[in-house]
Design a protein around this ligand. Structure first.
Ligand code: GLU
Length: 494
């Protein structure tokens, strides 16, 4: 195989909210492309929008990436040759490039007040025109603009969009796109607070950080011609661009709303990475789910991150929007849980038991894990299935102890027979307990579910549990006998 040219790709989130699936997928594709080509994956924090800044959001992003296993090679907390990696720490770079654009005649100082801009906007709306800057300051002489700045007037820097002709640019996934320049706006590059907008900051950083491929959301398609014009005005090499489609809600109609997101959470699902961690999803399951939302390999392909790296081909990504399908997430999560070695799975279950206040015994956990792993969809399913293993006693609902179609007295008798039989065994193992218990079923003329049902509820405290004989062995003779004894007492009071 040809060895591919190593790329430099960046994941460039804004710390303005929670890390969701869309960001995770963008980061994953960046990561896969970097690893596939032996290149570098960079994390850059785009924090210049101070109004929307959310404290803690950067840490949630970093934690999310690390939980997913998407280790970055350069980034705010680890540094790298092109740092700093937080845009608010790079202000002078943007100011330099804004000035450069003005000097080359591709940008200008604008002194229009927010009030004036608002009036213009309203007027345009009234006339049913598209709203954009009306170009008032575009005609100002640079010398005049400079003296106004020197006199202390507030200003922004705007890009001077070409007014005639067309802008053409290529998106790797969507092909060539053409825009009429007269439809484009003179966007703000540098705000009056001296901070850049995304348009300038991202382009300058992609250049300074030697980014070769820009993978980002399709919300940036409308300003793509602006970005291309900035890059070209400065004579920078153009990266390859790709705009990923958005995720649609499960019905496929539109994006998830706040209400639908809250409803999904009640159902044990979420579009936020942090929630998925808490809900018991595994990074393997989440990655496998999102990687296929936009990658045209066979739908059901189960892959680990390493296998994704081996198979990834950026040319196979598709632009068609994917609907979020939580049952697929459950499918991939359960599948990956069953692929984990027992020790690994046990270690991942442990925090869930601990969080639910069970005193976890590690030897017991290692025995319990294989019994329950077939049934786990999420890691926290271990609590209802297997929490009782770590309790000294169980407390079944008395009515559950009564066997199907039996009276409490008959049930107590069955429990008593089982007790005598188990107490008489030299050792309570699966192999030793099964034959006599089966014989008991036959002799009593009852069916298996009646007899084993009583025993199951007595010993585990619940109607649904892992396989009975294995459970008896793990719980151990003393506890089993005490629990059956207690059940007999309870049944006698009914
Ligand atoms: N900060 C931008 C965002 O969060 C990044 C877009 C990009 O990757 O260029 O949407």
């Amino acid at each position: 195989m040809d060895s591919p040219t190593p790329v430099r790709v960046r994941f460039a989130p804004s710390p303005t909210g929670r890390m969701h699936l869309g960001s995770a997928r963008t980061a994953l594709y960046d990561y896969l492309l970097a690893r596939r080509t032996g290149g570098k994956f960079i994390l850059r924090i785009e924090d210049t929008d101070r109004k929307r800044f959310v404290a803690g959001a950067e840490q949630e992003l970093i934690d999310g990436l690390r939980w997913l296993g998407l280790e970055f090679d350069e980034g705010p907390d680890i540094g790298g040759p092109y740092g700093p990696y937080r845009q608010t720490e790079r202000q002078s770079i943007y100011q330099k490039w804004a000035t450069e654009l003005v000097e080359r005649g591709h940008a200008y100082y604008c002194f229009c007040t927010p009030e004036r801009l608002e009036k213009v906007r309203q007027e345009q709306q009234k006339q049913k025109l598209s709203t954009r800057y009306d170009g008032t300051c575009r005609a100002l002489q640079l010398s005049e603009a400079r003296s106004r700045i020197a006199a202390g007037e507030k200003f922004v820097v705007r890009f001077k969009m070409p007014r005639e002709g067309q802008t053409r640019a290529v998106d790797m996934m969507r092909g060539e796109i053409t825009w009429d320049n007269k439809e484009l706006d003179d966007a703000v590059l540098l705000k009056s607070d001296g901070l850049p907008t995304y348009h300038l900051a991202a382009m300058a950083d992609d250049y300074e950080m030697k980014i070769t491929h820009v993978i980002r959301g399709s919300e940036w398609l409308s300003t793509f011609p602006l970005h291309v014009n900035i890059v070209r005005a400065l004579g920078w090499p153009e990266p390859a661009w790709m705009h990923l489609s958005v995720f649609l809600k499960p019905s496929g109609k539109g994006k998830m709303s706040k209400r639908e997101t809250a409803e999904a959470l009640k159902d044990g699902h979420s579009i936020f990475v942090k929630d998925l961690i808490d809900l018991g999803y595994t990074p393997e399951g989440v990655l496998n789910w999102i990687v296929l939302m936009g990658w045209g390999v066979a739908e059901d392909d189960v892959m680990t991150l390493d296998q994704m790296v081996e198979r990834f081909d950026i040319h196979h990504l598709t632009a068609s929007p994917a609907a979020i399908n939580f049952s697929k997430l459950d499918h991939f999560n359960g599948t990956h849980i069953r692929l984990l070695p027992i020790e690994d799975l046990a270690a991942r279950l442990k925090p869930f038991f601990v969080a639910a206040n069970y005193a976890v015994d590690n030897d017991m956990l290692l025995k319990v894990t294989p019994l329950i792993r077939e049934r786990l969809v999420t890691l926290d399913d271990c609590i209802p299935f297997a929490g009782f293993f770590f309790n000294d006693t169980v407390d079944p609902a008395p009515a559950d102890l009564v066997g199907k179609d039996l009276t409490p007295a008959q049930s107590a008798e069955v429990a008593h027979k089982a007790y005598t039989l188990l107490a008489g065994l030299p050792e309570l193992t699966h192999a030793a307990a099964e034959p006599p218990l089966r014989q008991l079923v036959e002799e009593s003329g009852l069916n298996i579910n009646q007899v084993f049902g009583i025993l199951r509820v007595a010993v585990t405290g619940q109607k649904v549990s892992p396989p009975l004989f294995e459970s008896l062995e793990i719980i151990g003779r003393a506890k089993v006998l005490a629990r059956v004894q207690k059940a007999i007492q309870v049944l006698k009071t009914l």
